[in-house]
Design a protein around this ligand. Sequence first.
Ligand SMILES: CC(C)(COP(=O)(O)OP(=O)(O)OC[C@H]1O[C@@H](n2cnc3c(N)ncnc32)[C@H](O)[C@@H]1OP(=O)(O)O)[C@@H](O)C(=O)NCCC(=O)NCCS
Length: 206
Amino acid sequence: MARKIDSMIIRPLTVFELQAVRNFYLALSPDDRRKRFCCSLSDETISSYVDGLNFTRDTILGAFDEQAQIIGLAELVRGAEAGEMAFSVRPDKRGQRIGTLLMERLLSRARMCSAKKVFVMFLSDNTPMRRMALRAGMSVQTADGESHAARELLPASAQELTRWFLEESLAHSGYFSTLGFAQWGSLADRSASTAAKRIGALAPTV
Ligand SMILES: CC(C)(COP(=O)(O)OP(=O)(O)OC[C@H]1O[C@@H](n2cnc3c(N)ncnc32)[C@H](O)[C@@H]1OP(=O)(O)O)[C@@H](O)C(=O)NCCC(=O)NCCS
């Protein structure tokens, strides 16, 4: 049964998941790479971009499916004046509000990190990103084919901080149980097929 998107697991990734982030970005088509990074990037450039990610200083949120696979990423890179955000959702999962949920979570995270302002850059013909930005209350300015959306942030209240940490710990535990179930399923499949092979090997050939 498909899980309700509202209850989707979204959690900050750790450096141990760097390879999964790399694989996610490398799987993007040339057009999606252009949309995500506002320019065309080779595999090598994407790979070194991922190597340069700072999982401690910055935030990389991952959205996960029922198999504990990454289906969306949101990044928040801290800057002196403002935090820069970026989003990508796996093509087969788009249009299901995953980008919007990632945006909501990343804005909360930015407030938890005391960012006073955030912005996101995108190509001006990127309608889904523009709509996401507008829905999040950002003001959008466009020049020379590129758009810049920005928004001031209020500091998080104690109640919001508590809620964030609660949601984050639930997301981590939800992720590990999903991962456990997914791995248990594949182990069970593997042992079933090994058992079937063994049975075949012992059966007399007629
Ligand atoms: C931008 C992106 C992250 C949006 O992810 P998503 O999960 O499809 O987004 P959502 O489903 O939350 O939709 C966001 C908005 O775009 C609209 N939208 C979604 N797909 C659309 C499409 N193909 N055409 C027009 N609008 C679309 C939705 O209706 C929604 O608008 P609304 O809130 O006004 O109804 C995704 O398209 C993507 O990964 N693009 C490639 C990378 C990229 O462009 N990144 C942005 C630059 S950092």
